[in-house]
Design a binder for this molecule. Sequence first.
Ligand code: IMP
Length: 190
Amino acid sequence: MIKIVFATNNAHKLSEVRAVLGGDYEIVTLREVGITEDIPETGATLDENASLKARYVYERTGLDCFADDTGLEVEALNGAPGVHSARYATDGHDFKANNRKLLRELEGVTNRRARFRTVISLIRDGEEQQVEGIVSGVIATEESGSEGFGYDPLFIPDGHTVTFAEMSAEEKNAISHRGRAVAELVKLLR
Ligand code: IMP
């Protein structure tokens, strides 16, 4: 099996990606290749951050690798929280606080259009390529569901009446930003 490093320690993401790629690739995490420090995400865009993370891993390990960066882009907030999605409300990854802040910012706002966008940078034999995946939808007026993570309880994808957090992992993966970006990644890898 071909070994490839996924620049994450996020268990949710890892299981999402393994569900799609696990049959063909041995996907190893940062921890498994001995990278325990936080990789700087100082880019101004999702594309820059995905690239920074992948290059960091490649420079340290010399292994084929990929890194993703995701943001929730809300139309009425001019694309915010975007690249700042993880640290929208606080410095930490406080999902509850982020969701509360998003609902506050959208109080009384009728345009609730939003999209998740995932950018993946793949480095193979030192060559970098980027793909993206997008899912559009709306931000609900209250949280529903307990599956998934992050903004899932607030995001209703187009063509559906429930949030990502009310879907099974399989249902979400089939239509999600990350699922779509990973599908593009698979095309590159095959
Ligand atoms: P990351 O840079 O890919 O780790 O994503 C940044 C932030 O976007 C996360 O901390 C979450 O708040 C949010 N996010 C990323 N992917 C998802 C998802 O699939 N559902 C809900 N929120 C997500």
